[in-house]
Design a protein around this ligand. Structure first.
Ligand SMILES: [Zn+2]
Length: 268
């Protein structure tokens, strides 16, 4: 394998926020050493757009799903169309899905049913799950723990919890932990401490762009090039050199998303 590059494991590059300058954003990502991207859909149109963009970019793959906040407005046909997209060769994961009890766009019961739907699809296609969590630790532990017993694994995207019990339970269930911009925030000292509990073979990084811009770019739109800042902050937090962390993150990304390796991945 070629020298490892950075992997942004969660980017919404299909978002309208990038319509004016998507090619320039991609060029800056390459220049910053980003060698692979997972483009994550959050409803039917963005899932479709993620697959289409991944088809154009040899170093990108797609994840398809319906975010808990979009579940209420999505029809049964939307869910079925996402299930068909999930069978495309560009697709390496299911999501983002999960639970969001902070927002009330979708009633909690509907969110839990949508999550179960994604868990069944992930199991059927043997793909990992990309999980969003806001104030829903207990219900997620129940749902993901039960699915883990059936072989479903995935990643806790934008991990931002200071609860070691929740972290340990999800690690036991086989989950990876992906750090985003909030790790770099001034008030995130507790998060920078708790990440040291995550085994080196379970760590990932992401941008969640255009949201959650890391220090020192706060106030700007987030983009994949900035995943480098989150990775340096992570290396410093866990006492690893940047190069050693990069190698770990590369290996971890390919282990979680094995379908990524179908066509070859080249740095630069
Ligand atoms: Zn996201």
């Amino acid at each position: 394998m070629s020298a490892p590059g950075l992997v942004d494991t969660h980017a919404h590059l299909m978002d309208a926020a990038f319509d004016a300058d998507r090619d320039a954003v991609l060029a800056r990502a390459s220049a910053a050493g980003v060698a692979a991207l997972v483009l994550v859909g959050y409803d039917l149109p963005t899932s479709r757009a993620a697959v289409e963009l991944a088809r154009r970019l040899p170093w990108a793959r797609a994840s398809v799903g319906i975010h808990p906040n979009s579940a209420a407005e999505s029809t049964d046909q939307d869910f079925e169309a996402v299930a068909s997209l999930a069978r495309m060769p560009e697709v390496v994961a299911i999501g983002e899905t999960g639970l969001d009890y902070y927002r009330d766009y979708t009633p909690p019961d509907r969110q839990r049913r949508a999550l179960q739907w994604h868990l069944r699809l992930a199991r059927e296609l043997a793909l990992p799950l990309i999980v969003h969590n806001r104030e829903a630790d207990a219900d997620l532990v129940d749902a993901l723990g039960a699915a883990a017993a059936l072989g479903v694994r995935g990643v806790l995207h934008c991990f931002n919890s200071n609860d070691p019990m929740y972290l340990d339970t999800m690690l036991d269930a086989g989950y990876f932990v992906s750090l985003a911009g909030p790790l770099t925030f001034k008030d995130a000292a507790d998060l920078r401490t708790i990440v040291a509990r995550v085994p080196l073979d379970r760590l990932l990084v992401e941008t969640d762009c255009p949201y959650l811009t890391p220090v020192p770019h706060r106030g700007q739109r987030n983009e994949p090039a900035f995943v480098r800042d989150t990775a340096s902050c992570l290396a410093e937090s866990i006492g690893l050199t940047f190069e050693a962390l990069l190698e770990r993150l590369w290996g971890n990304s390919l282990r979680l998303f094995p379908a990524f390796e179908r066509p070859p991945l080249e740095v630069g």
